[in-house]
Design a protein around this ligand. Sequence first.
Ligand SMILES: Cc1cc2nc3c(=O)[nH]c(=O)nc-3n(C[C@H](O)[C@H](O)[C@H](O)COP(=O)(O)OP(=O)(O)OC[C@H]3O[C@@H](n4cnc5c(N)ncnc54)[C@H](O)[C@@H]3O)c2cc1C
Length: 397
Amino acid sequence: MNPTKKILVSGASIAGPTLAYWLHYYGFDVTIVERFPELRLGGQNVDVKGPALEVIRKMNLEDAVREANTTEVGLRFVNQKNETLAEFSKESALSMTQELEILRGDLVNILYEHTKADVRYIFGDYIKDLNEQPEHMEVTFNSGKTEVYNLVISAEGIGSNTRNLVFKERVKFKYLGVYTAYLTIQKAATDSRWARWCNAPEGIVFMMRPDSYGTTRASITFLSPEKGYEKLRIAEQKQVLIDKIKNAGWEAGRLTKEISKSEDLYFERVSQVKAPLWHKGRFAMTGDAAYCATPISGKGIDLSMSGAYILAGELSMTDDYEKAFTKYENRMRGYVESSQKLPPGIPGIVYPTSGIGVNILNGLFSLVGSKPVQKLISLFTSKNKAAKSEIELPDYR
Ligand SMILES: Cc1cc2nc3c(=O)[nH]c(=O)nc-3n(C[C@H](O)[C@H](O)[C@H](O)COP(=O)(O)OP(=O)(O)OC[C@H]3O[C@@H](n4cnc5c(N)ncnc54)[C@H](O)[C@@H]3O)c2cc1C
């Protein structure tokens, strides 16, 4: 028998189900355990491009992703009076709207639907303890049951608890100085197919983005020293946000009401995960749990999907799981490190803390958004240029 046959994957978001799909494809027996009682479908748009698009194509999911397009037409920077300072259509190299935009939750759902017939899913439970034996890993779940697997892989995101069971203090976080909250809100008259970005003093950025469900996806990002907000209970997180935005103007009043009644609020510190090693014995990790680069990098989906693809592929090539884990890490490390490098001043520069700072930044947005400057920039950049592949995705089949 293949000694790495039975695999437990922890976390049912992007990395977990992608990994599970490929592991099943190569003949492994896969179980996914998700801490929440159901899929977590919150969050804003994510873009599927580069390596993520390559993996999606290999999984025959491109049509499903295209169908779920958010239909966002571009990005507008607006001032406190909601006047447009600059707009960048989807075609502009400066727009964050990509050709293949999908709600994070829709992508999670597509991956779940694509794997649920072949992969055993357990919701509402999590790994409480791991006991490694020469031939297997004994897993005790929070529910009390114990099961035996050959390998356990965490795809639990930035706050991975199982990673902490195995590596304890060895994993470091590089906090980037901002918190972000995502929530789904009711559509209002000011919302359209354009995403809106508004800076407010005290280092706050609001973003409203359209979705294809008749609702709006809001995010609130703000500068702050590290406060451990991500560990608070939801009700406490809501209060932190409400206090934070109470004098922020623009549509803060509308957001305050929405925060109070939100059922999908997701509130995280924006931190990169720096782990010296991504595996130990029969345990490994992938996605944000191993190497979160943050949404600011724009690489979250690329990294989680390509890492999961490579990890499964390397496991399919050998019965020696330690060798496979090492090869996965060797293939991914350089890509992760380059993705975690952010331009100087990012993110702080886009979160001015004073009214004057906001005015200066708004002036800059207007300048860059002006037709002559956009034209000039378009001469040097193009979204349609075939980008060199960022990471090699071998054909393990
Ligand atoms: C609710 C939510 C909303 C998000 N919104 C955005 C967004 O709008 N824009 C953006 O760029 N990124 C967003 N992200 C982050 C984005 O999904 C990741 O950066 C990226 O896709 C990598 O995915 P991942 O699968 O590694 O981790 P994640 O997407 O973080 O998923 C981790 C999964 O593991 C589960 N989990 C956590 N701990 C355990 C445990 N102990 N046992 C079992 N399961 C566990 C979580 O519930 C979650 O389903 C969001 C993440 C979440 C969870």
